[in-house]
Design a protein around this ligand. Structure first.
Ligand code: B3K
Ligand code: ZN
Length: 867
């Protein structure tokens, strides 16, 4: 099939002003009756063509008259109907099969036939699996939805919009109707039907609307929804205050499911969540997971404006809603937690997930120019890099200017399907600034390299900073243009004090928008140390030849928490390179000694300290190498950390561990979370120096933990370091959490992280576990995803067995769930940069896969991988 191209966009020839949808729901088969009120674009004379996949057409009528078989054709997933006029009403009745739907797209069954419930997932193109429709985001329609089902089996019936009546039917059936007053694209349609319990809370918006907030879950987990309810209320208040956005329906439903292809979905008035991002309770949820629940609750809620009220014209504009909503989510989390820790987390994720994507065969711009399967473009680039682009724009405009621009964007585009141009135009015009140069960031793939060089002239007391940019070629884009790169900076004197810059300010933003530019800072009394890209002001890779001592100065004195961490990362990288190349221990000594010095500093936030003590991940190290040997990287990184641990000292680590243990509590406040984070890090370092002592600590921590964070940290240290106590602890964990799917996922994941060659045998053994199934995306991610995408030394075996094993599983998985298979296949990203032996084996495995008959999803990933 030929790819879809942005350049080929045409407005829809037919739109649907209103739809009346009626469902007769059943587990094996459901029937969908739809009435479309059609409008023709007078400028186009194309026949009516509707999308429809896997639909069994039972009846079709135009303006009340049943259609003769010669008046329509249903083939290759398109229904073409003759004789349709502007204002016509087309009725269809189709049958679909929810229980047989393992792709989890369209209408499907979550859980077992006996106790599970029915739900839908439409983004991006799931609605065409439910009924015939122009399945594209620029067709905005008013929905009236009537659900009918057996009352006993489906007591709860939900759809998006406001409730509009319910009642009994003969034969133990009942019905419920919902009307959504806001026109929406069909990807935001949703329904849910089954036995669910609810938590309910009244909420009054800033503009005075009473809203019922209702969270739904299966009876055994409904009590785990209180945290999400609180988070939802916080998110709603936050959006009112930060963006002046109010909720706009009388009821807001949120539903939890264990069977979901991604994190969650922002369907209008009926958000659906992967249970992983909704359920939370102290016994099974870690601190990181609590924060993730709050973040995803916020994210989906914020979509009500950035995505729903203002939606996307076409899927190439996906980052218009996703990049923007990730940015809003990041702001929200920063306000709820700690701005610098949040920034560190987000940049670490960008480097771990997006930089490798942007540097490999799957690289694409934030606004791709073509795709074959849109579901493959819900990527770290569209989401995370997209958010970084919004952050740059927000930084350029300042808080008030950005708010002015966002107000204008929402006002102008409310009820419209917009483009990234519309977004930049609103932000710019509200501030009298031309933001068009930033559009280049949306169209150009690859991570720009920024190199800097400083020169101090004592005679003229001037400091000159020269910046250069270069973006390496990416597939299909050999030549790159310079981009506007905002560099937020400060200058430190050798004593660690910030120097006044322009008009007494100590921080300044310079924008590099050509290939090379010099910036002169007058009145500088001593040779300064520059703190560059503060807060990570642009998503680039910075190369500046700092001396180790200069990085130590920033690590100790920088007032930007993010840049302190960044200095530690840079130092760790140099220390690593020294070890790798056998070039002495200069950076290693500075890194280790500086951190050892900070270790006891009472004023340092324990969470920041934990992050400072964590060197860059194996994935990031691999990004900086050629002829990548993941086993060697793992070993070197372990050596690096052992060096750090020994500079701090086993006694000091053990003392700190005991002190943190004495302070342990099950509280969720930031200080308690920070102590747990540091405690884990200290234990991970101690195990490298004194394994028996650390194993004893970890075992006791595992046994006595008052939180899942501590229990899992203890378990992870035992399992990953191959402790003799690991097997017993795993067995006890398994028994304790046997009935909790999310806790069991962590049991699978922790074992998938075993480093090195033994990982594969463990993965194979776990695959045979009765609790493992390829049908559940969370379980697949926990075992296969963690191993293949998160454990480089475990996956990249020199004998190629890991590659062959994954390829075989991908083929099997693809037949069940193409979206999940395609995502898992990205584990092969970066294969071209492996050392020759592994490279050839990985290539052979991918090529072998490419020869099989694959879904469009997996075929596109595998095809791009081999280009
Ligand atoms: N918009 C959904 C993602 C849909 C993914 C479709 N394959 C979740 C989100 O970003 O909020
Ligand atoms: Zn989103």
């Amino acid at each position: 099939p030929s790819p879809i191209r942005l350049a080929d966009y045409r407005p829809p020839a037919w739109t649907v002003a209103r739809i009346e949808l009626e469902f007769d729901l059943g587990i094996d088969t459901s029937e969908v009756h739809s009435r479309l009120h059609l409008h023709r674009d007078p400028a186009q004379d194309a026949p009516l063509r509707l999308d429809g996949e896997g639909l069994e057409l039972l009846a079709i009528a135009l303006d009340g008259q049943p259609l003769d078989a010669s008046a329509y054709r249903y083939r290759e997933n398109v229904l073409e109907v003759d004789g349709v006029a502007d204002g016509s009403v087309l009725e269809t009745r189709v049958r679909v099969r929810p229980a047989a739907n393992t792709a989890l797209e369209g209408l499907y069954l979550s859980g077992s036939r006996e106790r599970g419930f029915l739900l839908t997932q439409c983004e991006a193109e799931g609605f065409r699996h439910i009924t015939f429709f122009p399945d594209r985001p620029d067709v905005l329609t008013r929905y009236t939805v009537t659900l009918r089902a057996e009352r006993e089996r489906f007591p709860v019936l939900l759809a998006g919009g406001n409730p509009d009546g319910a009642g009994e039917l003969p034969d133990g059936r009942h019905w419920a109707r919902f009307v959504d007053p806001y026109p929406k694209p069909c990807y935001l349609f949703a329904l849910v039907a089954g036995r669910l319990e609810k938590l309910e809370r009244d909420y009054v918006t800033a503009d005075g609307r009473r809203v019922a907030l209702v969270i739904w879950a299966e009876p055994d987990v409904i009590e785990c929804c209180h945290y999400a309810m609180d988070a939802l209320e916080r998110a709603m208040r936050w959006d009112e205050q930060a963006y002046g956005r109010n909720f706009d329906l009388d009821v807001f439903h949120v539903v939890a499911t264990h069977d979901f292809n991604m994190g969650a979905m922002e369907n209008k008035g009926l958000n659906i969540f992967n249970a992983k991002y909704l359920l939370a309770d102290p016994d099974t949820t870690t601190d990181d997971e609590y924060r993730a629940v709050e973040a995803v609750i916020g994210h989906e809620y914020f979509h009500n404006w950035s995505g729903n009220r203002v939606t996307c014209r076409d899927w190439f504009q996906l980052s218009l809603k996703e990049g923007l909503t990730v940015f809003r989510e990041q702001q929200f989390s920063a306000d709820m937690y700690s701005p610098s820790l949040k920034r560190i987390d987000d940049v670490a994720l960008l480097r771990r997930a997006q930089f490798p994507e942007d540097a490999g065969p799957l690289a694409h711009p934030v606004r791709p120019s073509q795709y074959s399967e849109i579901n493959n473009f819900y990527t770290a680039t569209v989401y995370e890099k997209g958010s970084e682009l919004v952050r740059m724009l927000a930084g350029r405009l300042g808080p008030e200017g950005f708010r002015r621009g966002m107000d204008l964007y929402f006002e102008r585009n409310d009820g419209r399907a917009a483009t990234l141009e519309d977004f930049l135009a609103a932000l710019g015009q509200a501030n009298g600034i031309d933001l068009a140069p930033y559009l280049a960031w949306y169209g150009q793939a690859g991570t720009p390299r920024l190199s800097g060089e400083g020169h101090y002239d004592a005679a003229t007391r001037t400091y000159t900073l020269t910046l250069r940019q270069h973006t390496p070629p990416t597939p299909g884009q050999p030549d790159k243009r310079p981009l506007p790169i905002p560099v937020k900076l400060a200058l430190f004197d050798p004593d660690g004090r910030m120097l006044p810059l322009h008009e007494g300010a100590t921080e300044q933003v310079v924008v590099l928008d050509t290939q090379e530019q010099s910036f002169v800072f007058p009145g500088i009394g001593r040779a300064p140390v520059p703190s560059l890209l503060r807060g990570f002001s642009a998503p680039v890779i910075l190369d500046y030849a700092y001396l180790p001592a200069e990085l130590a100065l920033l690590l100790t004195h920088d007032t930007d928490g993010f840049n302190r961490w960044e200095a530690a990362q840079q130092l760790a990288w140099r220390a690593y390179a020294e070890l790798r190349d056998g070039r002495g221990h200069q950076a290693l000594a500075v890194w280790g000694d500086t951190l050892a010095g900070l270790f006891d500093q009472a004023t340092l936030d324990p969470a920041l300290l934990a992050d400072l003590l964590t060197p860059l991940s194996e994935v990031e190290l691999a990004e900086r190498e050629t002829d990548v040997d993941p086993a060697r990287i793992h070993a070197l990184r372990q050596t690096l950390q052992r060096e750090l641990a020994s500079r701090i000292g086993a006694g000091v680590l053990a003392d700190r561990y005991r002190a943190l243990t004495a302070q342990a509590s099950d509280a969720l406040d930031a200080a308690s979370q920070a102590r747990r984070r540091l405690k884990r890090r200290v234990l991970e370092l101690l195990v490298l120096l004194d394994a028996p002592a650390a194993h004893a600590f970890a075992t006791a921590q595992f046994e006595r933990a008052a939180t899942m964070t501590d229990r899992l940290a203890g378990l992870a240290v035992l399992v990953r370091s191959g402790a003799p106590q690991a097997a017993g602890a795993l067995a006890r964990y398994r028994t304790r959490h046997a009935d909790n799917a999310l806790a069991l996922d962590k049991w699978f994941a922790v074992q998938a992280q075993i480093p090195g060659e033994p990982a594969l045998a463990r993965v194979r053994a776990l695959e045979a576990d009765p609790k493992f199934t390829l049908k559940n995306p969370n379980r697949v991610q926990a075992l296969l995803g963690t191993w293949a995408r998160g454990n480089p030394s475990g996956f990249h075996r020199a004998d190629g067995e890991g590659y062959r094993f994954l390829a075989a599983r991908l083929a099997e998985l693809d037949a069940l769930n193409p979206q999940v298979a395609a995502r898992l296949a990205t584990a092969f990203n970066g294969w071209q940069r492996l050392e020759p032996v592994r490279r050839e084996k990985a290539r052979a495995a991918v090529a072998g896969l490419a020869e099989q008959s694959l879904s469009r999803n997996l075929a596109e990933i595998v095809g791009n991988m081999l280009k």
